[in-house]
Design a protein around this ligand. Structure first.
Ligand code: FES
Ligand code: FES
Length: 482
């Protein structure tokens, strides 16, 4: 590993590869072995690199491979490309209707920025016991498609997790898709999570998937959890109490007690084992009631009139040769910033934040934590909020970036959001303000008249050390009205 002398953000240098096919990416991964890491959303890998837990010599980007971000409705399944973003999954109409637990898991996923950048393959790939998408995918019986040097194989997600941070991936294998079987008629589901603050890793999370039959019968039930065992797990003894029985609230409470006894949590920095057990009991009790209620919904019985085989937004770039940028090399990138075409010479380890602040001297974008936790560095990339401290500059090539400097009109007229922040005194030291305004801008672009809850949810990842949240929320609501 090469130590950089002037990198206050990324300390290790690496060779960067941009394959355009999965086969090429897998070949590179097999060739470089443990020295290499895959990059998709970057919200985990770059954090691990910044806190110096990982120092790969090679980074293989999956972001130029066409179609990996698809969400595709098939005759009897929903296929999620490994690079489908958490936000795109949450918003997919079929996910909202048929896989409510997954939609809710994605809605509760860290900050809006991390939801936008993070991918389903990335959330599963590092085999964290706390992965928010894992319980619902386990409960729905998801299957992974893995591609490696030996070709393609399918693996039930239930066989994927083998220990904390350890999975059944073979050397050189890549997750390319997650397939969710079409739920049977009468399925309802729910997800719940408890965490220290809204955008933190779960102390415990839980998915309930339940099938309602005639005569109030529970035909099937799956209870899955995260952060309460070395791997995401199902509580099969508690499930067995429910399956084949007539629904009653007393039965739901008995199953909740059984699930709490079945999980094996630990004490750690985020919680105690005792608290986690109690959280499991409450989440199962509430989740069963909600899933039962939803299972009777007629809408969940319709699948056939969906557009089969129609993928969601996918990459359109063609397949070509793998591009490589050596650790000591630079490449000129072109990107549009605030409406102007800009060029910059960047190394693999340079970040979009550096380019914006240092090369383009747009210092309104702030550097706070550097590890994706404060959102001070938020910019819009193609209209979506991203954390510029976790975006490699080479990956920003060809994209449209908006910083706080780009909001005002050329004649200096401020954006309504900027005016509202002034009018409502929605800043104190002002350090977080550009990130707050840019994130709020992304909300108003898609929802011009948000509710207070919408604003609070969208801005949940933007930290203000001066704690001026109430005024910030008022300012965003006022800007919406204007
Ligand atoms: S999230 Fe980027 S600086 Fe804090
Ligand atoms: S106004 Fe000071 S950090 Fe938000």
């Amino acid at each position: 590993m090469n130590q950089m002398t002037n990198s206050h953000i990324l300390v290790n240098a690496f060779d960067y590869y941009e394959p355009e096919t999965v086969a090429d990416a897998a070949a590179l991964l097999a060739q470089h072995g443990n020295r290499a890491r895959l990059l998709a959303g970057g919200t985990d890998l770059l954090v691990q690199m910044k806190i110096e837990r990982l120092a790969p010599d090679v980074v293989i980007s999956l972001n130029r491979i066409p179609g990996l971000d698809r969400i595709e409705v098939r005759k009897d399944s929903l296929d999620l490309g490994a690079r489908a973003s958490i936000l795109s999954i949450e918003r997919h109409p079929l996910v909202r209707t048929h896989y409510q637990a997954l939609a809710e898991a994605c809605a509760n996923f860290s900050s809006t920025q991390v939801q936008t950048m993070g991918t389903i393959g990335g959330n599963l790939g590092n085999a964290s016991p706390a992965a928010d998408s894992a319980p619902s995918l386990l409960a729905f019986g998801a299957t992974l498609t893995l591609v490696g040097p030996q070709g393609e194989r399918r693996l039930p997600l239930a066989e994927f997790f083998v220990g904390p941070g350890r999975s059944a991936l073979q050397p050189g294998e890549i997750i390319t898709a997650v397939a969710l079987p079409q739920p049977k008629p009468g399925v309802g589901s729910a997800f719940a999570k408890v965490s220290r603050v809204t955008n933190d890793i779960a102390k415990a999370n839980c998915a309930v998937v339940l099938t309602q039959g005639a005569g109030n019968l529970i035909v099937d039930c799956r209870l899955a959890f995260g952060s309460v065992a070395p791997t995401p797990m199902r509580a099969r003894r508690a499930e067995a109490l429910l399956i084949g029985q007539a629904w009653s609230e007393a039965l739901a409470d008995a199953a909740a007690e059984a699930a709490a006894a079945e999980v094996t949590p630990i004490d750690d920095v985020r919680s105690t084992a005792a608290y986690r057990r109690e959280a499991v009991r409450v989440m199962v009790s509430d989740g069963l009631r909600l899933a039962w209620e939803r299972a009777g919904d007629e809408e969940t019985r319709r699948w056939g009139d969906r557009e089969i085989g129609k993928p969601g937004a996918g990459e359109t770039r063609g397949c070509g040769e793998t591009q490589r940028l050596g650790a000591e090399e630079k490449r000129q990138i072109a990107l549009r910033v605030n409406g102007h075409l800009q060029r910059a010479w960047v190394s693999p380890h340079d970040l979009l934040l550096n380019v914006v602040r240092n090369d383009l001297e747009l210092t309104g974008t702030k550097y706070g934590c550097g590890i994706g936790e404060c959102s001070a560095c938020t910019v819009l990339m193609d209209g979506k909020p991203v954390l510029s401290c976790l975006v490699l500059a080479v990956e920003a090539a060809g994209h449209d970036i908006t910083t706080i400097e780009g909001l005002a009109q050329p004649d200096g007229t401020l954006d309504p959001l900027q005016e509202a922040f002034i009018d409502y005194g929605a800043y104190q030291c002002g350090y977080c303000t550009p990130g707050q305004i840019i994130t709020a801008k992304s909300l108003l672009l898609e929802n011009p008249h948000p509710t207070e809850d919408d604003v609070r949810h969208h801005l949940r990842g933007n930290m203000c050390r001066c704690t001026g949240y109430a005024a910030i929320v008022r300012a965003v609501l006022a800007a919406g009205e204007r």
